[in-house]
Design a protein around this ligand. Structure first.
Ligand SMILES: *[C@@H]1O[C@H](CO)[C@@H](O)[C@H](O)[C@H]1NC(C)=O
Ligand SMILES: *[C@@H]1O[C@H](CO)[C@@H](O)[C@H](O)[C@H]1NC(C)=O
Length: 669
């Protein structure tokens, strides 16, 4: 045998893997999108600002999230409570106008009208006028009527009173051509979960924005903004009931920070969080007209010393790729002019920092990614430009320009088409996986679209390569017979399921050509037929020298005992996972009791849910808010339960965290 035995030697290009009928693949003809947070953009000189915007437009990003907040060098527009500096709003307005014009109307902004970190002077955001008045009791911002009124006045001045410098003196609350949505605040109650007091602030402010200020009339979304800060895998920080139940909140903003782990990519938590039809996504889909849109408003590179900086691009691509697969729009946090190093920062204008290449790559893919959610009210489907690969940037700009100005171009017939949608029949391989990494393909936590997308000892379930649970039937070493079958890629021999070897990557003929990695998108596997030329093995036993058999072509019928052995969109019938039909009471279907649901159980929100266990992933996002976490100043027992939602003013003094010395301006929340 000359074929080297590498663990990761499968490529999912094998011809016989037909897409399974009821896969988790999204087939709705609706667009997802990607974008970037750029907290300091409005402060740049116009030339640098516009160069930056042009580069972002080129990437295919459709949204820039902008913050109205101070940094070390720039004041907040509300320097004293109730007093506003119009010139700073003009500067912000100029930035929105530049984004609108340079993107030819293809890109919109999300406005963050205030950052909760300014209430405590943390995260490199200076203590602002609210913070001075709160004097440490920062939760009073949410529970005291006086502060609510002050904050509503701020919102009213920004969104109603200020006459736009660049958009004909209209108020921002009407500028739906450039504003996608407005956050209640960046990370209300940041770091506090469960919320001890003042939770009604969320819907109070949302209602004020939507109906009193009138964002509803203009089809501008009200966004919750990442309630309580970082979302964990098994918590509900960003989407407490008060957010789901509030009619005035259109979009649930989710902020999560995950790093690569030995058994998970940085994108695995996202793939697990948004399984189509699970508790979160099914609840958000909800009833027609009453659902919520889900938006990952902040995700970022989180450094893990175990791996090191070489993995930054890989981790960035994995996260965007997982969100594209699940059809959840996302906004990277964040772009900067500073150096990148171990921080989440990405500098789009400095070619020597290369992470932007990976981010721009996955932004481009988001441009044509499908979603189960309809965003067109807030962001129309994109035109086939300017990120389209098929036409040059210049022509694309011309086309769009003539479209915007309704001019027929004299030289060319302008036919502008909406950008197409990709069918994710096979999940894009991560082109930034390091060749020298321990595993380049099909490892635990990697995305997969078929059983052979994973190493033979793993199972491809819910699009993620996972270890077999002890109870998972038909795995290597299990007994097998005509009734108890093996997993489809394994051979049953002498009563046991045998381990197998993946097909290997075809290497180039030339002696000195570089070896192809298993995750090379242009590589191919040896077919079974070719293998049979090399070895005359019968399928009944291992060969005489004891080497393993080549894995059999997988089929979707995984052996099972209960639904949680199967994909989230299949159920267990007569010992085999069976894909759900639209008429089956499967994941996401309305239900009243457990026995109606073929996929597992009926959740608290009346939807069939997936019984598969969740997995806790470590990283900053997972470190927060473990159950029972004490909140400083909140009496024991009042963290949740009936005493949880309190509206009376409470003086809660939380010690200000030490401001980090980073030597540069703000880091996004
Ligand atoms: C999406 O929403 C828009 C308007 O909100 C509507 O016109 C369109 O038909 C919807 N598309 C689908 C596929 O439901
Ligand atoms: C994408 O998939 C859908 C549903 O399977 C199919 O109808 C459509 O033709 C496919 N489109 C492309 C471009 O392959």
């Amino acid at each position: 045998m000359i074929l080297p035995k590498l663990l990761a030697t499968l490529v999912s290009l094998a011809a016989w893997t037909k897409p399974v009928a009821a896969s988790l693949r999204i087939t709705a003809d609706l667009h997802s999108f990607g974008g970037v947070n750029y907290p300091l953009l409005q402060f740049f000189d116009p030339r640098h600002r516009d160069d930056t915007i042009r580069e972002i437009v080129k990437s295919g990003a459709r949204v820039i999230r902008l913050f109205i907040r101070p940094d070390k060098l720039h004041p907040d527009p509300e320097a004293e409570l109730g007093e506003f500096d119009k010139s700073l709003l003009d500067q912000f307005d100029d930035t929105m106008a530049a984004i609108h014009h340079l993107s030819k109307g293809q890109m919109k902004v999300i406005i963050v009208p205030h950052d909760s970190h300014a209430l405590r002077g943390i995260n490199d955001v200076p203590c602002d006028a609210y913070c001075q008045k709160l004097d440490g009791a920062f939760l009073d911002f949410y529970s005291s009527d006086e502060f609510r009124e002050l904050y509503k006045q701020r919102l009213e001045v920004f969104l109603k009173h200020y006459p736009s410098k660049n958009f004909d003196g209209r108020s921002w609350s009407e500028l739906s051509e450039v504003i996608l949505g407005v956050d209640l605040q960046n990370q209300p109650f940041s770091g506090i979960w469960p919320i001890p007091s003042g939770e009604s602030w969320l819907c109070d402010i949302a209602t004020y924005l939507k109906f009193t200020i009138g964002l509803d009339n203009a089809n501008i979304a009200v966004i919750s903004g990442g309630v309580s800060g970082p979302q964990t895998i098994d918590g509900n920080q960003n989407f407490p009931d008060s957010v789901f139940d509030c009619k005035a909140i259109d979009v649930i903003g989710i902020h999560g920070y995950f790093s690569k782990q030995s058994d998970a990519t940085a994108g695995t938590p996202w793939a697990n969080m948004f399984i189509p039809g699970n508790t979160l996504t099914a609840r958000a889909k909800g009833k027609k007209g009453k659902g919520k849109l889900l938006l990952v408003e902040e995700w970022e590179y989180v450094h893990n010393d175990e791996f090191g900086l070489f993995y930054k691009k890989e981790a960035v691509f994995d996260q965007g790729n997982a969100l594209n697969l699940r059809g959840i729009p996302w906004i990277y946090s964040h772009l900067t002019t500073e150096s990148e190093s171990k921080s989440p920062r990405i500098n789009p204008l400095r070619p020597e920092y290369t992470t932007w290449t990976a981010l721009a790559d996955v932004l481009k893919r988001a441009y044509t990614a499908r979603s189960n959610f309809n965003w067109s009210k807030y962001l129309p489907p994109p035109y086939e430009a300017p990120s389209s690969l098929s036409i040059s940037h210049h022509i694309a700009e011309q086309r769009l320009l003539s479209m915007m100005t309704d001019q027929a171009s004299s030289s060319t017939e302008i036919i502008l088409t909406r950008a197409g949608l990709s069918n994710l029949t096979s999940i894009p391989l991560n082109p930034y996986v390091l060749e020298q990494g321990d595993c380049t393909f099909g490892c635990e936590g990697h995305l997969c679209d078929a059983a052979d997308g994973c190493a033979p000892d793993l199972l491809c379930r819910n699009s993620v390569c996972q270890k077999n649970a002890d109870s998972q039937p038909g795995q290597v070493g299990n007994q097998c017979n005509s009734k108890a079958v093996c997993q489809t890629h394994l051979h049953c021999s002498r009563g046991h399921c045998l381990a197998c070897t993946p097909r290997t990557t075809v290497q180039p003929d030339k002696a000195h050509a570089p070896r192809l990695q298993p995750n090379n998108p242009n590589a191919h596997c040896y077919t079974d037929a070719l293998h049979s030329l090399f070895s005359q093995r019968s399928s009944e036993s291992t060969s005489a020298d004891g080497t393993r058999l080549i894995c059999r072509p997988p089929s979707p019928s995984i052996p099972c005992v209960s639904a949680h052995h199967c994909d989230a969109n299949a159920y267990c019938s007569w010992g085999l996972c069976t894909p759900c039909l639209p008429t089956d009471a499967c994941l996401g279907a309305p239900c009243r009791s457990n026995n109606r649901c073929k996929t597992g159980y009926c959740n608290d929100y009346g939807r069939c849910d997936y019984a598969g266990q969740k997995k806790t992933i470590t990283g900053p996002g997972a470190a927060w808010g473990t159950k029972g976490r004490r909140v400083a100043g909140v009496p024991r027992g009042h963290e949740r339960g009936p005493a949880k939602v309190r509206d009376e003013a409470m003086r809660v003094n939380i010690l200000p965290e030490k401001v980090k010395q980073t030597g540069g301006p703000a880091v996004a929340a």
